[in-house]
Design a protein. Structure first.
Length: 151
């Protein structure tokens, strides 16, 4: 797993340190980030760079990860007021790249009109990915799986 120094952290650079083609030869990779707004861009960059090297459309992946991560930041801590974590994983499969964005907060899809926002975000994700699957685990969090084509 790569270290995530964070957007304001010492040593942060647009290209993750130690990232090489050898590092992307593994079929599965995951990162854990604090569920806070400054980490949206960091997650987007790290995951889309990895996806690009594995053959996926980096632009589609970047936009999808941004949307999913932002949703996790907004909805994951609505009950507690404290940010949890967001885990993003990438798994290479024959002909596809699966990206999973998981938060550890309670499901808050029906709080304060969040259902409409969630529906709009999912419609956008359906346009970007070949397949999406959303699973709510109640108070244990939400998992969003997206599949993107790769050669």
């Amino acid at each position: 797993m790569l270290a995530n120094p964070g957007p304001e952290g010492e040593g942060f650079s647009p290209r993750p340190a130690g990232y090489s083609r050898d590092a992307v030869s593994t079929s599965t990779r995951s990162w854990r980030f604090p569920a806070t707004a400054p980490y949206v861009a960091h997650a987007r960059h790290v995951v889309s760079a990895h996806a690009r090297w594995l053959g996926a459309d980096g632009g589609a992946v970047a936009l999808a990860v941004s949307e999913a991560f932002t949703s996790a930041v907004i909805h994951a801590s609505a009950d507690t007021g404290r940010p949890g974590d967001v885990e993003v994983s990438v798994r290479r499969m024959p002909g596809a790249l699966e990206i999973c964005v998981c938060d550890d907060g309670p499901c808050t899809e029906h709080i304060n009109g969040a259902a409409a926002d969630l529906e709009l975000g999912l419609k956008m994700l359906e346009q970007l990915a070949d397949r999406i699957e959303l699973t709510h685990h109640g108070r244990r969090g939400t998992e969003l799986r997206m599949r993107f084509p790769v050669p």
